[in-house]
Design a protein around this ligand. Structure first.
Ligand code: CS2
Length: 472
C-alpha cells in the first residue's frame, strides 16, 4: 500500500484539507505533539486555515522521536478517525506543517520559538511535564530536569526551560512575546503554567522574570475529547479505509470541546469561528470537566481494572458500575460545582453515554497511569469541598482506596500490576504494608499528593473502610 503524502492526499478516501498547504505558515509552536493534540487542537486549526493561513502548527516532541519518525515521511499528514456506534468517519489533518524531536534538534526548536511569526506556544505535556508539585502547584526546584536546565539554560530539555530561554532571546531581540497556552488537564492550567514559568525564570534571571510577568499571558483552557492510545489494529484498519498507509493516525470519539480564556498577549486565531468557546473565566468549566469526566474516568480505571475489566466501555456495561458513577456525579461532584448556566445533570448523562461508546478501546490501564499527578485535581479537591460543606464523599473515597490498591502494584488476587507513575517505586514499598489501615496512612502521608487532607482522621477512616470492603 502506498504511503499517505501530500502527493496523493486528494485521492485518499477521507475528508481532506480545504486549503492549499503550500500557502500555510507557522504561527503556533506546539510542545508535546501526542495523540491528544493531533485529535483536538490540530483539528480546530485545520478547520480555520482556509480563512487564516498564518496559523499553521509546528509540532515538537520533547522526548521520543516516534511521532517525528512516523509522520515526517508522510509530510506530517495524519488521519483522525472518529468512532461511535453509528460508524467511523475519517478526516486527514494538514495543520501540522512539520514535527521536530527536541533532543535531536534543539536549535531548530529555539529558532521556531523565537521567530517573530510564532505568536502562540501551546502545550500538551501531561501533568508531569510541568515539573511541579501537584498539591501546591509550585515548581519542583529539585526535579532532575529542572536542575539540568538551570545549570545549562541555553540548552534546555523541559518545556519551562525552552519557553523561558525563547522569551529571553525574544526580549533581547526586541521581538514581542508569544502567548503560552496550556492544554493539559490541570485546574487553572494557565495559572499553573504561569507560576512554574515565573518561578523557573526567577531562578534564572530576575529581570527576565519581571519582564515575563509584565508582558506574557497564560490563558487557561478546558480541553475535552476522549482519545485512546492508537493500536496496530487501528493503524491497519484506518489505512485500509483511506486507501493509503497512515503509520500514525489517531482514534477519537466524535465529541470535542475547547473553552479558552480570551487573554492573548499577541494575536490569536479566530477560534470562535471553528467551534471553540472564548470566555472570561474558564475555571468553572475546568472544574466541571476535571471533576466529572476525569474524576469518573479515574474511578472507572482503578475500580474497573481491579474488577478485571480492560476497557472503560466494558466497565460501564456493568449496571453496578454505571450506578456507582452516576450516583457519584449526582451526589458528590455536581454539588461542588458552580455553573448556573450549564445543565449539569444533562452533562452527566452525556458523559455516561460517552464512556459507554463501544467503538473506543479505551484501556483502564491507560487512564490509571500517573495517578500521583491526577488524583489531586480529579478526586481530592472534590473531597475537600465536600468535607468543608459537610456532604458525603463515600464513592470518591472508594476511588482513593482503589488507587491505593492499584498503586501497591498488586491486584486483589495478588497478581503484579505494571504501575506507570513517577512515584511507582515509593508506591510499591508502601504497598508491602501488611494491613489496610497502615497502608492507607502511609499513602496519605505523601504530601505532594494529599497535602493536609492526609492527616484528616475522618478521611483516613473512610478510605480504610473502603479498602477493606474492596479486599473482601
Ligand atoms: C483520561 C483523559 O487518560 C486519562 O487520564 O482521563 O485523557 C481523558 O480521556 C480526556 O481528558 C478527555 O478529554
Amino acid at each position: 500500500m502506498m504511503r499517505l503524502t501530500s502527493k496523493n492526499l486528494t485521492q485518499a478516501d477521507a475528508q481532506t484539507p480545504n486549503y492549499d498547504r503550500s500557502k500555510i505558515s507557522v504561527g503556533i509552536v506546539h510542545l508535546g505533539i501526542g495523540a491528544f493534540h493531533r485529535a483536538h487542537q490540530a483539528v480546530y486549526i485545520d478547520s480555520l486555515l482556509a480563512e487564516q493561513p498564518q496559523w499553521g502548527i509546528l509540532g515538537v516532541s520533547l522526548r521520543s522521536n516516534t511521532t517525528t519518525k512516523a509522520l515526517n515521511p508522510q509530510d506530517n499528514l495524519f488521519t483522525v478517525a472518529t468512532n461511535d456506534a453509528s460508524g467511523q468517519s475519517n478526516r486527514i489533518i494538514g495543520s501540522v506543517l512539520n514535527i521536530i524531536t527536541a533532543p535531536e534538534n534543539p536549535q531548530a526548536v529555539l529558532d521556531a520559538l523565537t521567530a517573530e511569526a510564532t505568536k502562540i506556544v501551546s502545550l500538551t505535556i501531561t501533568e508531569k511535564g510541568y515539573c511541579h508539585d501537584p498539591a501546591t502547584g509550585n515548581l519542583d526546584a529539585n526535579h532532575a530536569d529542572i536542575i539540568a536546565d538551570l545549570t545549562n539554560p541555553t540548552a534546555p530539555k523541559t518545556a519551562a526551560g525552552y519557553i523561558v530561554e525563547a522569551l529571553r532571546i525574544r526580549r533581547k531581540n526586541g521581538t514581542a512575546p508569544f502567548t503560552v497556552l496550556s492544554c493539559d488537564n490541570l485546574p487553572m492550567n494557565g495559572k499553573v503554567t504561569q507560576k512554574v514559568i515565573l518561578q523557573y525564570a526567577r531562578l534564572y534571571d530576575a529581570d527576565l522574570a519581571k519582564w515575563i510577568e509584565a508582558k506574557v499571558t497564560f490563558p487557561s483552557t478546558m480541553v475535552d475529547r476522549i482519545v485512546p492510545a492508537t493500536t496496530d489494529d487501528n493503524r491497519t484498519q484506518i489505512s485500509q479505509a483511506i486507501g493509503y498507509e497512515d503509520k500514525w493516525p489517531v482514534m477519537a470519539e466524535p465529541f470535542s470541546q475547547w473553552v479558552i480564556e480570551d487573554n492573548f498577549c499577541n494575536t490569536r486565531p479566530a477560534y470562535e469561528k471553528v467551534g471553540a468557546q472564548l470566555v472570561d473565566n474558564v475555571e468553572p468549566y475546568e472544574l466541571m470537566k476535571l471533576r466529572m469526566l476525569n474524576g469518573s474516568h479515574s474511578t472507572i480505571a482503578y475500580l474497573g481494572y481491579l474488577a478485571g475489566h480492560k476497557t472503560v466501555a466494558e466497565v460501564m456495561a456493568q449496571p453496578k458500575f454505571q450506578t456507582l458513577i452516576t450516583n457519584m456525579m449526582t451526589n458528590e461532584i455536581i454539588p461542588t460545582l458552580d455553573l448556573p448556566n450549564v445543565d449539569l445533570p444533562a452533562y452527566r448523562d452525556q458523559l455516561i453515554e460517552r464512556f459507554k461508546n463501544p467503538a473506543l478501546n479505551h484501556l483502564t490501564w491507560q487512564i490509571a497511569m500517573d495517578g500521583s499527578q491526577k488524583l489531586p485535581q480529579r478526586i481530592l479537591d472534590t473531597i475537600r469541598a465536600n468535607i468543608k460543606a459537610n456532604r458525603p464523599y463515600d464513592s470518591l473515597a472508594k476511588c482513593v482506596a482503589g488507587w491505593m490498591q492499584y498503586a501497591s502494584a498488586s491486584d486483589l488476587q495478588g497478581n503484579e500490576i505494571f504501575v506507570r507513575d513517577p512515584l511507582a517505586d515509593q508506591f510499591k514499598l508502601i504497598g508491602q504494608e501488611p494491613d489496610a489501615a497502615t497502608m492507607v496512612k502511609a499513602y496519605a502521608s505523601i504530601t505532594s499528593i494529599f497535602d493536609a487532607l492526609g492527616t484528616n482522621d475522618e478521611f483516613i477512616t473512610k478510605v480504610t473502610q473502603a479498602l477493606i470492603e474492596l479486599r473482601n
